[in-house]
Design a binder for this molecule. Structure first.
Ligand code: PEP
Length: 254
């Protein structure tokens, strides 16, 4: 069985005190870090503080986004090298909020993914369809395009051990979760797509998280699906008790 990976995306939430408080609570409360990979993704400005608090723990700290360039005249941006420099080890790339609100393209996402790997940051690549696309029966087409665009020109050894988050846009922050069967079906499609591109061993080495209104109440059923290897959690990750509860549900499947 694969080690489950539970990641908390804090988005643009919390004060510095609250962020530190959650980090300390995770540090004290994590008993399952041996069996589950756990990561938190605070806003940029809290990363250093959270990295410092969690530096002796097994909880990964990552950013919610990064720039594709190494340095230069890119006002307001943060590079992978800078993230690495302050102790980050992970990064989320291509979250649907970045795709829809900030119009990130698959090509930009691909460049960011390559920059993350260059800086030895472990990326989570997010893919997922909108409600309209699902209604038009285009889920597979959309996810396949995001995968092939996002992973363009990556070698099998670069894709090995990667994390993909399947996050149907209609389920993010809406309280509307995909059913475990719906999620598992798309995860299986993603796995098969990866298998046909990179072979079975590489496809099996990639963890596919589900994201979209995961909470302590629905985590067990979702994480129990054969193709679901973890969760990317938004809202529920802001409450350390709920997040820890999701982690302990994951531990029973790791
Ligand atoms: C997310 O931010 O990636 C997410 C899945 O959010 P939520 O759990 O709040 O739907």
């Amino acid at each position: 069985m694969k080690k489950q990976y539970i990641a908390g995306n804090w988005k643009m939430n919390l004060t510095l005190d609250e962020a530190r408080d959650i980090a300390r609570k995770l540090c004290d409360g994590i008993a399952d870090a041996e069996t589950v990979d756990i990561g938190v993704f605070p806003p940029f400005v809290y990363l250093k503080d959270v990295c410092d608090i969690l530096s002796d723990s097994k909880v990964f700290v990552g950013a919610q986004n990064m720039n594709m360039e190494q340095h230069g005249a890119f006002t307001g941006e943060v590079s992978g090298g800078m993230l690495k420099d302050i102790g980050c080890t992970h990064v989320i790339i291509g979250h649907s909020e970045r795709r829809t609100i900030y119009k990130e393209t698959d090509s930009e996402i691909n460049s960011k993914l390559k920059a993350a790997l260059l800086n030895d940051l472990q990326p989570i690549l997010c893919v997922g369809e909108s409600q309209d696309e699902r209604d038009a029966d285009k889920t597979r087409e959309v996810v396949e395009k995001q995968l092939s665009g996002g992973l363009l020109d990556l070698k099998p050894e670069q894709v090995e051990g990667l994390t993909i988050a399947y996050e149907p846009v209609w389920a993010i922050g809406t309280g509307k979760t995909a059913t475990p069967e719906q999620a598992n079906e798309v995860h299986a499609f993603i796995r098969n797509t990866l298998r046909s591109k990179y072979g079975d061993d590489t496809a099996q080495s990639i963890r596919i998280q589900y994201g979209g209104s995961v909470n302590a109440g629905n985590a067990k059923e979702l994480l129990g699906q054969p193709e679901i290897d973890g969760a990317l959690v938004g809202g529920a990750s802001l409450d350390p008790n709920s997040f820890l509860d999701i982690v302990s549900k994951a531990a029973s499947f790791s």
